[in-house]
Design a protein around this ligand. Structure first.
Ligand code: 26A
Length: 345
């Protein structure tokens, strides 16, 4: 670690979820109409999944929620607690206590809103070989309200931060809160970072996504999410990832003095960094199949590694290399968890 960073320099908002993860046969996914490497919101027909995983499979409980994962990873690499502040809504139950403890142990300064009558959100993580499929039952996470951000202590935390990160997933919960944070970032000329998060966000939440896009300085996504965005925009069906990236950075931006950057991941293929009409590639170290425990949280870890360097003012090159390091590490561990000391300098 380098010099000491300002506490709370990074603020994130998202859905605090407890992951219930288990290896399952492919038929399990098919039975629920789910696809590998997808992420969806639970509908009524998915509700039995959670019980079924716990009763019938080797289920593990792991701290989850996309933004919270990224912040935990950033903290792990930074080795200085409370650099990252997290807002999200939980219930008043044991799951909330687990999430609170995991955040604290990782060094994330979580300020949860509490919805006393709603259970803490969960996410079923269905592992099939080297793939995973996510089904989130947001429950209390969906009860987040903007009042939480307007409480004086929380407002001060937002004003005090220098970097802001919110997932596309949070568009399903509370777009006004996202616009609120984005507006603060813009007024103070501080970077606002966002993630496309999942194909369904572009399919069903394009309107709030496009409302916030002018504020987004850095947009993250993987290839499936980028293609879903392109399709929803009606961009040419043969546009490849490079072309989609160039179009993403060219979308209207409020602060035109800081052009948007797109960072697109594609599994073990190179990460693309798109600035203006320039595309750079960053290679990914391919893991052997026997090294892969599960890919759950790989994208979140990539962002976490990136953020850990970005808040130190490091070059994009270093940020992306750290993202790749972090993703590679958590793929070798269950869920979005790490083991031992980080080995990135
Ligand atoms: C709104 N949705 C669907 C979600 C999520 C989510 N986090 C926030 N909102 N669906 C899955 N996740 C989290 O993503 C991580 C893996 O990238 C899971 O909890 C999992 O930890």
């Amino acid at each position: 670690m380098t010099s000491k960073l300002q506490e709370g320099i990074l603020v994130g908002c998202g859905n605090p979820l407890l992951d219930i993860s288990a290896p399952v046969p492919l038929q399990f996914l098919e039975g629920y109409g789910m696809n590998v490497d997808d992420a969806i919101l639970a509908e009524e027909r998915h509700m039995p999944i959670y019980r079924e995983l716990v009763d019938g499979y080797q289920a593990e409980y792991l701290a989850g929620g996309s933004v919270q994962n990224s912040l935990r990873i950033a903290q792990w690499i930074l080795r200085q607690p409370n650099v990252a502040v997290f807002f999200g809504c939980v219930g008043q139950d044991d799951y909330a206590d687990i999430l609170r403890e995991k955040a604290r142990a990782a060094g994330v300064d979580a300020h949860y809103q509490v919805s006393p009558d709603t259970p803490t959100g969960t996410c079923a993580v269905l592992i099939t070989g080297t793939h995973r499929s996510l089904c989130a039952n947001l429950a209390a996470a969906n009860k987040f309200t903007i009042d939480h951000l307007e409480q004086p202590a929380n407002k001060a935390l937002i004003d005090n931060a220098q970097y802001y990160y919110i997932s596309g997933f949070f568009l399903t919960v509370n777009p006004p809160s996202i616009m609120r944070v984005a507006a603060t970032a813009n007024a103070k000329q501080r970077p606002f970072l966002m993630n496309l998060s999942a194909p369904f966000i572009s399919q069903y939440f394009m309107e709030p996504l496009m409302a916030v896009m002018p504020y987004v300085d850095i947009i993250f996504g993987n290839e499936a999410e980028a293609h879903a965005f392109a399709t929803a925009q009606g961009w040419p069906a043969d546009a490849d990832l490079r072309e989609i990236g160039k179009r993403l950075v060219a979308l209207p931006k409020i602060n035109s003095e800081r052009p948007r950057i797109a960072i697109l991941t594609q599994g073990c293929d190179p990460v693309l960094l798109i600035q203006h009409d320039k595309v750079q590639e960053f290679p990914v170290t391919r893991l052997a199949v026997h090294e892969i425990v599960d890919t759950n949280g790989a994208g979140d870890a990539f962002v976490g590694g990136f953020l850990s360097q970005y808040v130190q003012g490091k070059s994009l090159d270093v940020c992306i290399r750290c993202g790749n390091y972090a993703a590679g590490h958590i793929i070798k561990n269950p869920g979005c968890t790490y083991s031992g000391e980080p080995e990135f300098n």
